[in-house]
Design a protein around this ligand. Structure first.
Ligand code: CA
Length: 376
């Protein structure tokens, strides 16, 4: 089997209700989908996290290295592309582009062999995963304490065992909103907070101390990803576990995170950190360091399917009768592209998502949606 075509699809859709996190406001949602075609008529799909115009350019740049090659040589192709661009892109859009390519190659491998990816990665260790709800963003209008408490309660009523709140809007306001959410969802539901690295360690520590009595599951990206000393300072100052990793890349980047003892819960994005090949390697490293791994997911059903294939093979560590199982991040915000891109969208049932069992990623892309949302 040989690769005959590599396509980068940029998709975009406007939002009827824009929303904000600590560093920006979303008025549209975008996606960058990778399609790899072979001479046997099989097509593999992947997705890149990151700015679509730049990840599309990266995938276009890899094209000459992929055409005519055997798509089953996933590790070899990864190494070849990484080595070719190493001098210019050890992190960021080059690796995000490589991630989408790697996921598409794994989808092809599974389709060629007639097996879901997790079976080719040694699994399954589980066939379903508990999801937590990502949402609780700021709206243009209304009282955040009122509408966020209502939104969080709706997630818990829908069956989610945990929800994640966006913070980073000022320590006092964050503390008030976090307390209101804990009050709204009760003591049993998990509650995590995510500052999207909008704080320095001073503000992050102040917030952590104000909310740690509220049984916070983790404090995500309290400080910028480059500030590993800041991560360590926050970690030393609070009992809340510190999470992060969506802005880190490859085994080499995560080596620094792990050896520096900066983070309790690693959150590599499969569509950014280097694809399924690299995410599995990073997951194996995290086990060796005794650090939990909960994949970051922000994209369409392709990104969610890739995360689920990985989650199917992530061991619960340490082994126990009642181990702490890894969770799926399930974005509940508006995303017209995500909702339309898969023929059979990935859904949760009372907060639980089944790992797709079809060949490859186990999904089917709707070409009409690909065309409808295309950026021209
Ligand atoms: Ca995040």
């Amino acid at each position: 089997m040989k690769i005959t075509e590599v396509r980068a699809h940029r998709l975009e859709a406007p939002l009827s209700e824009p929303f904000s996190y600590a560093r920006a406001r979303y008025g549209t949602r975008a996606a960058m989908i990778v399609e790899i075609v072979t001479d046997e008529g099989l097509t593999g799909w992947g997705e890149c996290y990151g700015p679509a115009s730049l990840t599309a350019a990266a995938v276009e740049a890899f094209r000459p290295q992929l055409l005519g090659e055997d798509p089953l040589r996933t590790d070899w192709l990864w190494q070849e592309i990484y080595a070719r661009f190493r001098d210019h892109g050890q992190k960021g859009v080059v690796i995000q582009g490589l991630s989408g390519v790697d996921i598409a190659l794994w989808d092809l491998k599974g389709k060629k062999l007639g097996l879901p990816i997790h079976r080719l990665m040694g699994g399954p260790l589980r066939s379903e995963v508990r999801a937590y709800a990502t949402g609780l963003y700021r709206r243009d209008e209304g009282d955040p304490i009122a509408y966020l408490a209502e939104e969080a309660s709706a997630y818990v009523e829908a069956g989610f065992g945990a929800v994640k709140l966006k913070v980073g809007f000022g320590v006092e306001e964050d503390a008030a909103v976090t307390a209101a959410l804990r009050e709204a969802i009760g003591p049993k539901a998990g509650l995590m907070i995510d500052a999207n690295h909008a704080y320095d360690s001073i503000s992050a520590i102040r917030l952590a101390r104000k909310v740690e009595h509220l049984d916070i599951g983790w404090f995500e990206e309290p400080v910028p990803p480059e500030d590993l000393a800041g991560y360590r300072a926050v970690r030393a100052a609070t009992s809340i576990p510190v999470a992060g990793g969506e802005c880190e890349f490859t085994r080499y980047g995560f080596r620094e995170v792990l050896t520096s003892g900066s983070i309790d819960i690693l959150q590599p994005d499969t569509c950014a950190a280097g694809g399924l090949s690299e995410a599995k390697k990073i997951a194996d490293m995290s086990i060796a360091f005794g650090v939990r791994y909960v994949p970051h997911v922000w994209g369409t059903g392709i990104a969610t399917a890739a995360a689920l294939q990985l989650l199917a093979v992530l061991p619960a560590t340490p082994s126990a009768l009642r181990p702490v199982e890894p969770m799926l991040e399930l974005d509940q915000t508006q995303h017209p592209v995500r909702d339309a891109l898969l023929v059979d969208p990935i859904r949760h049932q009372r907060g639980v998502v089944s790992v797709p069992q079809g060949p490859g990623l186990g999904i089917e892309v709707d070409r009409a949606a690909l065309d409808h949302f295309a950026v021209r």
